[in-house]
Design a protein around this ligand. Structure first.
Ligand SMILES: [Zn+2]
Length: 128
């Protein structure tokens, strides 16, 4: 499980969840001691997407989100990671897994409020 240096609050929790899932997937499927190059690239990509998500901390879970921001290739990779690691998360990281399942039940705002992406907030705070 990794922590992001740039993501705030709930987005960082989501990054922890997704990074834990990628780690589980890589270990079992790529037999890599630490993360393989490909999975590291996917994790970095996920962090950038979370940073730029227009919903910011109000972000719905990715499978309920009306905006599909992933490019086809990482999207497919991530789909495989989720399918493999999803059920395993309950055993390894039950709190993160349950939190994620609960947020899938939340109703989704069809349109994000303006200027609430992590990136926007982060850059604004940098200006002060
Ligand atoms: Zn890997």
């Amino acid at each position: 499980m990794k922590t992001s240096e740039i993501l705030l609050g709930k987005l960082n929790t989501e990054f922890k969840t997704v990074s834990a899932m990628i780690e589980i997937y890589c270990k079992k499927n790529h037999r890599s001691h630490s993360l393989c190059k490909e999975c590291q690239a996917l994790m970095d990509y996920a962090e950038v997407r979370l940073d730029r998500c227009p919903y910011g901390e109000e972000k719905p879970t990715c499978n309920t989100c009306p905006i599909h921001c992933y490019k086809p290739e990482p999207k497919e990779q991530m789909r495989l990671v989720m399918r493999f690691s999803g059920p395993r998360m309950l055993l390894k990281h039950p709190i993160l897994a349950i939190r994620h399942l609960l947020s899938e039940k939340r109703t989704v705002n069809p349109k994000p409020s303006p200027h609430c992406s992590n990136r926007h907030i982060r850059l604004q705070e940098g200006d002060k």
